[in-house]
Design a protein around this ligand. Structure first.
Ligand code: SAT
Ligand code: MN
Length: 639
């Protein structure tokens, strides 16, 4: 019986040490909070294995209760990890170690038997930019160098969580093990966490994704900043899709440590989705109701920090329109038995970029985030509030501001008060325009998919794909200016196919084939490309964005309804003359610049896409996508 348990675990990342003895571990496991009896045998085995490896002082099994949150907040206050924000109700500020402020894409790996199961293998892609592969042996070595004893003296928290509504057939369960109370509190906001998840696990098939996280201890054993323990030099984020397993070490920040988000819902999620015939995507989901009362749902993929949260919570400037929010970051989409593509938001909260969020840009977010919220790396004000770049500064009068590093701040310093990747972590239920169907276990029907990014030049405000295959090509060819969400420096235009470049769980070529195959599974939505960020020759934004993006959604809505309000162009369908409703818009909109298609730009763009496909995807590029590129090149040549 015991031996069988050991063998079952052998395939996993955290292999049992040779002298492993379940009974001994079971008895010595000192559960400080919660009841080990609520764990299923498989969860218990996983916990015991992690205890054996990480050697924590004690174990806390999270129940998800408010009382537990109070306890952890008290602990974090004592440790100096969070500060209270008395201006608001149950809000907290965390300041991280300045070396731990964003996702670290270069230290994120997927482990498969063969390299080409993870990344396209091409003669020219060294190194490739579509993810990092690690062998089983290197992964075991990486774990062996970091994890043994890494939780000594710390508490190990066990977080049962559901991605998606608890019990929905579209949802999946995870168990995150972490030594960070900040991660526990954030996971309790971002996912459905606690006892009800274990009930589902007990009654269902018992499957869960294993997520092990430690903030780590530097080799020297000395923490630079004990309020934010981390080990930036040895940070590593590992995924093993074959075992539905994630291991993350050294960082407490966002996607590196809240393992339900990018690691599970996207990287592992995309591999599960491939196996099961659905899509796990880096997309917001919104519902839009037109003045006639008709409603559609739209999913949109933009890279991190390109305005997904703002679009998902938009206040339309077009009269009679209403936008409601289902999710701001991740969509799981699956065809139902009638062939309708249905989406759920697997998350339970918003981990949104703070800078730039204001009453002018996103009043709905401002009405969401000042209760029950954990802010990270924003600035604080002497009246117990928060501040960041872009927030209305009138309220700063007579106040002093402390920057994200904890230093007194003034505008004159020329330095940002909040870190550019500072975030709010807030419950989705608090959003005043949360969609009534956002927790519908059947998901919401998706009528359109939008791709987009920050493109200062050449790319029009909106265009539509001719068909599904063309839409897949547009997703594959996406590029965007880099942002502060990851470690990239400077504003370079990067390829970011499907806004998934940092989040693919398997070979991008196979991902494209999977997308192409969706057409055979049901009624595929229309596909569009949008760009709110085009600039004039003087460097000014040509489009006001935010609420005025409802004008673009209006055109998309009408296209979904079959209105013939388009004209063909070499790159796709553009709104026909007068079809984009700009009536009542503030200021002069230069539509001819907004929709201009400079021949030289598009020739260069097509060459750039060709070079990218050749170097990065090589022989893994599905033929229909290659043909789309050939057609684009031919059309652009005749522009
Ligand atoms: O840090 S996160 O990965 O959660 C944010 C993002 O990049 O979208
Ligand atoms: Mn994101």
């Amino acid at each position: 019986m015991l031996l069988k348990g050991v063998q079952l675990l052998r395939g996993g990342l955290v292999g049992p040490p040779k002298s492993y003895n379940f009974r001994l571990v079971c008895r010595s496991l000192s559960v400080q909070y919660g009841d080990a009896k609520v764990l299923t045998p498989a969860v218990k085995q996983y916990v015991e294995k992690c205890v054996d490896l990480c050697q924590p002082e004690r174990v806390h099994i999270c129940d998800g209760s408010a009382g537990e949150s109070k306890l952890l907040q008290g602990l974090m206050l004592k440790q100096g990890t969070i500060l209270p924000l008395p201006k608001y109700d149950n809000c907290w500020l965390a300041r991280t170690n300045p070396a731990d402020v964003a996702r670290v894409e270069s230290k994120t790996f997927i482990c498969t038997e063969r390299r080409e199961q993870t990344v396209p293998v091409t003669p020219k892609a060294t190194p490739g930019t579509l993810g990092n592969w690690i062998s089983e042996a290197d992964l075991q070595a990486a774990i062996g160098e970091r994890f043994p004893g890494c939780m000594k003296g710390r508490t190990m928290y066990v977080i049962p969580f559901s991605m998606g509504p608890v019990g929905s057939p579209l949802s999946k369960i995870g168990i995150e093990i972490t030594d960070s109370p900040y991660v526990v509190e954030s996971m309790k906001i971002m996912t459905r966490a606690g006892n009800p998840v274990l009930d589902v696990l007990r009654e269902g098939d018992g499957q869960f994704v294993k997520c092990l996280h430690s903030v780590g201890t530097p080799k020297s054993g000395v923490q630079v900043q004990s309020s934010w323990p981390c080990d930036p030099e040895r940070t590593i984020i590992l995924h093993k899709p074959a075992d539905n397993e994630i291991v993350s070490y050294g960082s407490g920040y966002g996607g590196n440590s809240l393992l339900g988000k990018k690691c599970f819902a996207l990287r592992i999620g995309s591999t599960i989705a491939k196996r099961e015939g659905w899509l796990a995507e880096h997309m917001l989901i919104l519902g839009i109701t037109n003045p006639e009362g008709k409603k559609i749902y739209v999913a949109a993929a933009f890279p991190s920090a390109c305005g997904k949260t703002n679009l998902a919570m938009m206040t339309p400037s077009l009269p009679g329109y209403k936008v409601e929010c289902v999710g701001d970051d991740i969509a799981w989409m699956k065809f139902d038995s009638k062939g309708v593509l249905r989406a759920i938001n697997p998350e339970n909260g918003f981990f949104g970029v703070a800078p730039g969020t204001s009453r002018a840009t996103n009043p709905i977010a401002m009405d969401t985030i000042f209760r029950n919220t954990v802010f990270t790396n924003v600035a604080s004000t002497s009246d117990g509030g928060v501040y960041w770049e872009g927030m209305e500064s009138a309220q700063l009068k007579d106040l002093t501001v402390t920057d994200w590093l904890g230093k007194l701040w003034s505008k004159e310093s020329g330095k940002p008060a909040a870190h550019p990747n500072s975030r709010f972590c807030t419950p989705a239920t608090q959003c005043p325009i949360i969609d009534p169907a956002w927790e519908d276990s059947a998901g919401v029907p998706i009528s359109a998919i939008l791709f987009g990014g920050r493109r200062p030049a050449g790319v029009p405000l909106v265009y539509e794909a001719r068909d599904w295959t063309h839409g897949v090509f547009i997703g594959a060819a996406m590029r965007s200016e880099s942002t502060a969400a990851a470690e990239h420096k400077g504003k370079v235009i990067m390829h970011d196919p499907f806004a998934m470049r940092p989040f693919f769980g398997y070979n991008f070529g196979d991902y494209l084939s999977h997308w192409l195959s969706m057409e055979k599974r049901g009624t595929v939505p229309k596909v569009f490309h949008v760009n709110w960020f085009r600039k004039s020759s003087e460097g000014k934004f040509l489009w006001p964005g935010f609420g005025d993006n409802s004008r673009v959604l209006d055109w998309i809505f009408r296209r979904v309804q079959g209105e013939k309000c388009f004209e063909d162009s070499p790159i796709g369908r553009l709104p026909s003359k007068g079809a984009l409703n700009v009536s009542g818009i503030e200021g002069n909109i230069d539509l001819s610049q907004l929709f201009d298609l400079p021949k030289a730009f598009w020739q260069q763009e097509a060459l750039e896409i060709e070079r990218y496909f050749e170097e990065q995807v090589g022989g893994h590029l599905p033929r229909p996508v290659a043909e789309q590129l050939t057609e684009l090149k031919a059309r652009v040549a005749n522009m």
